[in-house]
Design a protein around this ligand. Structure first.
Ligand SMILES: [Zn+2]
Length: 415
């Protein structure tokens, strides 16, 4: 019975308003006390149209000049010196000084409420169907997170079936894009993404505006939605927000990384800028993507970070990513750099360096001494033996390899 809640709230407001108006009116009447009633000029005569207006019930115009002191003419009429109204008889003078009749207003509200309350249209909430689009949207705009589900559902239905008026569609898209913000309401972001798709170009534009939001979640959910927008390539701004998503605190790291690996076009400048980020993770992941995307022009800036990450440094998986990224650069650039660390004192670094060299078809490095130390997998976070040639040269993203059937390969993988 969710519709009932909105209806109840409206009903409560109406009843309270009616009661307040009646009480106020009674209080004023009591405060006036038994004063001698003056004879007041009613003011200019009203046109018949205005005198029939329902507004006359709660508001009567009044000039208010006290006619009591005037001496009437031979026919008993007086002329008001204030407004020149010809008052035919002193009996036409008003004795009630009130222009506004609050008690009557309260009773009108109450009568209207009772008439509505006993209509099934109101009690079931079905009246929302007849509410104009602008009313549904104004409710969402003013009530924000407190917008009743009745209105939310009505809006969603109008967006989905395309019945929303054209002129309110940009407004609707803007309001729905606000649901992508990091708020307390569950699922509203998920629903918003679907509705914005239904709004097509208006949704697309609202999402683009949301890329500049101050709300982290809104920015990144908008970017995610735009990355996969049907029939549209990602704009430069989408790519920029996606690169921002590589930051450590982002919460959207892996999806941003995977997408940038799959869509290198247009990302180079943003990745190059990310190499000088203040965020270590973003720096590293930009370097990795530069390798995966085969951007040899940036090798000198990206490679040192990747070579360093081959070391056993306690960061999970970074060596694996770095090795794959290095394998992406052209051999002329990467072979000398890898050969330089093929004898590194760090076991993981030198093992991976040699593996990458082998994988990209470089001649075996001149290893001057046999590596006699056994592989201590407990201290090496990454077991380099699990990285084979195919994995290193595979295009991004990593698709899990089928279990090796070759017994020799199984033995190599340490099984
Ligand atoms: Zn008058």
């Amino acid at each position: 019975m969710i519709p009932f809640r909105v209806t109840l709230a409206v009903a409560a407001i109406l009843v309270i308003a009616a009661v307040v108006l009646v009480a106020w009116s009674l209080r004023r009447r009591a405060a006036r006390g038994p004063v001698a009633r003056p004879l007041l000029c009613p003011g200019q005569r009203l046109s018949w149209l205005r005198s029939l207006s329902p507004l006359r019930l709660i508001h009567t115009p009044l000039c208010g000049y006290d006619l009591a002191g005037l001496s009437p003419g031979p026919d008993g009429s007086v002329v008001c010196p204030e407004c020149a109204r010809h008052v035919r008889s002193i009996n036409q003078a008003r004795r009630d000084p009130r222009r506004l009749h609050l008690g009557r207003a309260g009773l009108v509200v109450l009568a209207g409420f009772l008439a509505l309350w006993f209509s099934p249209l109101v009690r079931t909430g079905a009246w929302v169907r007849f509410a104009p689009d602008a009313v549904i949207l104004a409710a969402k705009q003013w009530l924000g997170g407190y917008n009743p589900p009745l209105f939310e559902r009505a809006l969603a239905a109008r967006v989905s079936d395309g019945s929303l008026a054209t002129w309110v569609r940009p407004w609707a898209a803007r309001l729905i894009a606000n649901d992508l913000r990091d708020d307390e309401i569950k699922w509203n972001a998920d629903r918003a993404v679907g509705l914005l798709r239904d709004l097509r170009l208006d949704g697309y534009r609202a999402l683009h505006a949301a890329l500049d939001s101050d709300d982290h979640q809104q920015r990144h959910l908008a970017a995610r939605s735009l990355r996969y927008w049907p029939g549209m390539g990602a704009s430069d701004r989408v790519v920029a927000v996606t690169v921002e998503g590589l930051r450590e605190a982002s919460g959207f790291v892996s999806e941003c990384f995977d997408w940038l690996g799959e869509h290198p076009e247009g990302a180079t400048d943003h990745l190059a800028a990310g190499l000088s980020s203040d965020d270590a993770q973003q720096r590293f992941l930009c370097a990795a993507l530069i390798g995966l995307n085969r951007e040899d022009a940036l090798f000198d800036r990206a490679a040192p970070m990747l070579l360093e990450a081959l070391k056993d440094n306690g960061v999970e998986e970074d060596a694996k990513v770095a090795a794959r990224a290095l394998a992406g650069f052209s051999p002329e650039a990467v072979i000398p750099a890898l050969e330089a660390i093929a004898d590194s004192p760090d076991l993981q670094q030198r093992t991976l360096a040699r593996q990458v060299l082998e994988a990209i078809g470089a001649p075996a490095p001149m290893v001057t001494r046999v590596d006699a130390r056994p592989m201590r997998t407990t201290s090496v976070r990454l077991n380099p033996a699990t990285l084979d040639r195919d994995q290193l040269l595979m295009p991004w993203p990593v698709t899990p390899l089928p279990a090796p059937t070759d017994p020799a390969a199984s033995a190599m993988a340490g099984k």
